[in-house]
Design a protein around this ligand. Structure first.
Ligand SMILES: Nc1nc2c(c(=O)[nH]1)N[C@H]1C(S)=C(S)[C@@H](COP(=O)(O)O)O[C@H]1N2
Ligand SMILES: [Mo]
Length: 402
């Protein structure tokens, strides 16, 4: 589809009103999936009943938290829209009328404006970036000791092609004033309980002005589905998706620090490594993603043929920098894996593969370790923190030789 047509379709024509019907979960419950969570009940139901979704693991119905089964990552490096995980902190509107939608820009600007979707689309060059969208809490259910928050397995991640205009071009419509420090933004969702904070996030100015930080309206060449933030969302390649605010409706330029809840209080990590016993420690905001790699060809406990060659495969990503290498690691040994083609740039999933000449016995606690071009390498041990954020410990499995 050509870009102009996609933009029109995404913003105006094809999706004048995007509506979300109530999923009929009871009638369409699917199989149960075991997330192998060490700290508690780990079976979860799946359902194909959310609009525009294939089979997804139900972590919560409202607001929706849907996880992708790991076999989704066996396929290509682009996650199909219908298998892309979903996460809403608060209640999302279930009907959006594109023609009435506005993005209001205020705060430290030369002229406050309220932009229609056409005006957003006309704000600058249309660009596409393929990038991993990953929840900061992805994999937190695998933490020991157990941590608070949604008990995700590792399926709260996905990779898609995002298309839109640069955030800095949208900001230029209002004109950023002298002394601007941060850009704060919010979507249309509202807290479910009285007095609870709105989901607002902000970026430091240098990140907001980056060449590849987008106000996006398309996901894999389709209009953003309502669950993924129709009609517009922020995309910050390389940063955790807590910053990728959906249903974008307000932007505010700040000249000081951001004291709002989801920046000053929540989505923060210990500044230094801690132990579960530590109670008093400094925190820093979660920002850029570290590298991760996964074995997708074999599940934990799978049987492999003794005396035969074995091919292991999977995917990896570099986080906020391109992937440099992936190694298969065991107890005291490592073997370099070959990387698949770099099809989609530094922020995308990439395939890897390794062949072992002959399986001599069980392969106990093997894993894959990604390293990015900035030298960040996945650690052997979990950097435990009370909310289980930014997990990137090497994920281990055991294969049984038969
Ligand atoms: N408006 C809005 N945007 C939001 C959120 C939200 O609750 N409201 N959650 C954020 C978080 S924490 C995540 S992990 C991602 C999930 O994006 P997805 O549902 O498209 O996968 O959306 C982000 N953007
Ligand atoms: Mo998240």
């Amino acid at each position: 589809m050509n870009e102009a047509r996609l933009t029109r379709r995404a913003l105006i024509a094809g999706a004048g009103t995007a509506a979300l019907a109530a999923p009929l979960l009871a009638q369409q419950a699917g199989r149960m999936i075991d997330l192998a969570l060490p700290g508690g009940p780990s079976l979860r139901p799946t359902t194909p009943a959310f609009p525009g979704k294939g089979e997804m693991i139900v972590q919560r119905i409202r607001p929706p938290l849907l996880e992708a089964p790991m076999e989704v990552f066996r396929e290509g490096v682009i996650t199909p829209n219908d298998r892309h995980f979903v996460r809403w902190n608060w209640d999302m509107p279930t009907s959006i009328t594109a023609a009435e939608h506005r993005v209001a820009i205020g705060g430290a600007v030369t002229k406050a404006v309220s932009l229609t979707l056409d005006e957003v689309a006309a704000a600058g060059e249309h660009i596409s970036v393929v990038a991993v969208n990953q929840c900061a809490g992805n994999g937190r259910g695998l933490s020991t000791p157990r941590v608070t928050g949604t008990q995700w397995g590792n399926g709260a991640m996905a990779c898609a092609k995002w298309t839109g205009v640069r955030l800095r071009d949208v900001l230029a419509k209002a004109g950023v004033a002298e002394g601007a420090k941060r850009v704060r933004y919010a979507g249309l969702d509202v807290p479910l309980t009285d007095g609870a904070p709105q989901f607002i996030k902000s970026l430091p100015m240098d990140i907001a002005m980056r060449d590849d930080v987008l106000v996006a309206w398309a996901m894999n060449d389709e209009p953003l589905p309502i669950l993924h933030g129709f009609p517009l969302r922020i995309v910050v390649p390389g940063w955790f998706s807590t910053y990728w605010v959906k249903m974008l409706s307000t932007i505010e330029v700040l000249t000081g620090e951001d004291e709002s809840y989801y920046v000053a209080k929540s989505y923060r990590m210990p500044a230094q490594p801690i132990t579960p016993a530590d109670k008093d420690f400094d925190t820093v905001p979660i920002t850029a993603m570290p590298p991760r790699a996964f074995i997708t060809s074999h599940a934990d406990g799978a049987a492999v043929a003794k005396g035969k060659p074995l091919v292991l495969e999977g995917m990896a990503f570099g986080g906020d920098a391109a992937l440099e290498r992936v190694d298969l690691v065991g107890a005291g040994w490592s073997i370099p894996c070959s990387l698949g083609p770099d099809e989609h740039g530094p922020y995308a999933f990439r395939r890897w593969q390794v062949e072992l000449p002959s399986v001599s016995g069980d392969l106990a606690d093997i894993g894959v370790r990604a390293t990015n071009v900035k030298g960040a390498m996945q650690p052997e041990t979990l950097a435990w923190n009370p909310s289980g954020y930014a997990r990137n410990v090497i994920e281990r499995i055991t294969l049984r030789a038969q």
